[in-house]
Design a protein around this ligand. Structure first.
Ligand code: E4P
Length: 216
C-alpha cells in the first residue's frame, strides 16, 4: 500500500520523507490556503523536489479551455505532477485529453463508485474517493471504496484508488484491509500510526530495568 501525505506544508513532507514511507503528496486549494499561499506554482515545484512520487496539484479554473490551459502549465512544472480535477462531466472531457497526452490525472471529489467508473473510463491514473466526508453524511466511505475496487477488478481498470479525506488511523487500517492502492494521510494521522500505549509503557519499563542493570 502506498502512503501519500495530504498537505502543502514543506516541513510535514520533509518529516514524512525522513520516516521513509512517503510515496507521494496530494494538495488541494484548502491546503494551499492554509499555508497562506496565493499562488501554488512555486509550492508545487518545491514539493516535487522533495519526492519522486506523484504530487497532485489541483486545477482552479472552472471553464473547460481555461482548465486545460492551467492543467498543461501545472503538468510542465515537474515530471511527477499529477493533475487534480473535480469529477464533473466537463472535467472528465479535459481528463481524457490530458490522459491521452500522457499526463497523470487524479479525479477528485469522488463520492460514488459510478463516478469512479467514469474516472477509469477516461483513463485517469488516480481516483480519489473522500471517505471522511462520506462518513460525515452517514455513508460508510470505505464501503464505497470497496465497490470501486470490485468494479475496477471486474474490468481490469488500472486507475489507482487514492483513499482521501482520511481522518483517523482506522481509515488507514480499513483501507489496507480492503487492499486500496493508496491512502493519502494528513501528517497528524501519520504520526498516530506508530503509536500504541503498550509500546510506550513497555519502553518505559525496559528503560527503567536497563538503568537497574547498569547499576548492577
Ligand atoms: C485529497 O486529495 C483531498 O483533497 C483531501 O484528502 C480532502 O480531505 P478533507 O475532506 O479532510 O478536506
Amino acid at each position: 500500500m502506498k502512503f501519500f501525505i495530504d498537505t502543502a506544508n514543506l516541513e510535514e513532507i520533509k518529516k514524512a520523507a525522513d520516516y521513509g514511507f512517503l510515496d507521494g503528496v496530494t494538495t488541494n486549494p484548502t491546503l494551499m490556503a492554509k499555508e497562506g499561499l496565493s499562488n501554488q506554482t512555486e509550492r508545487i515545484q518545491a514539493i516535487c523536489a522533495l519526492t519522486s512520487g506523484p504530487v497532485s496539484a489541483e486545477v482552479l479554473a472552472v471553464e473547460p479551455q481555461a482548465m486545460l490551459k492551467e492543467a498543461r502549465i501545472l503538468a510542465s512544472l515537474a515530471p511527477n505532477v499529477a493533475i487534480k480535477l473535480p469529477l464533473t462531466l466537463e472535467a472528465l472531457k479535459i481528463a481524457k485529453i490530458l490522459a491521452e497526452e500522457g499526463t497523470s490525472v487524479n479525479l477528485t471529489l469522488v463520492f460514488s463508485a459510478l463516478q469512479a467508473l467514469l474516472a477509469a473510463k477516461v483513463g485517469a491514473a488516480f481516483v480519489s474517493p473522500f471517505v471522511g466526508r462520506l462518513d460525515d453524511i452517514g455513508v460508510d466511505g470505505l464501503s464505497v471504496v470497496e465497490e470501486i475496487q470490485t468494479i475496477y477488478a471486474n474490468y481490469g481498470y488500472e486507475t489507482e484508488i487514492i483513499v482521501a479525506s482520511v481522518r483517523n488511523s482506522q481509515h488507514v487500517l480499513k483501507a489496507a484491509l480492503i487492499g486500496a492502492d493508496i491512502c493519502t494521510i494528513p501528517f497528524a494521522v501519520i504520526s498516530q500510526l506508530a503509536s500504541h500505549p503498550l509500546t510506550q509503557n513497555g519502553l518505559s519499563a525496559f528503560l527503567a530495568d536497563q538503568a537497574k542493570l547498569k547499576k548492577a
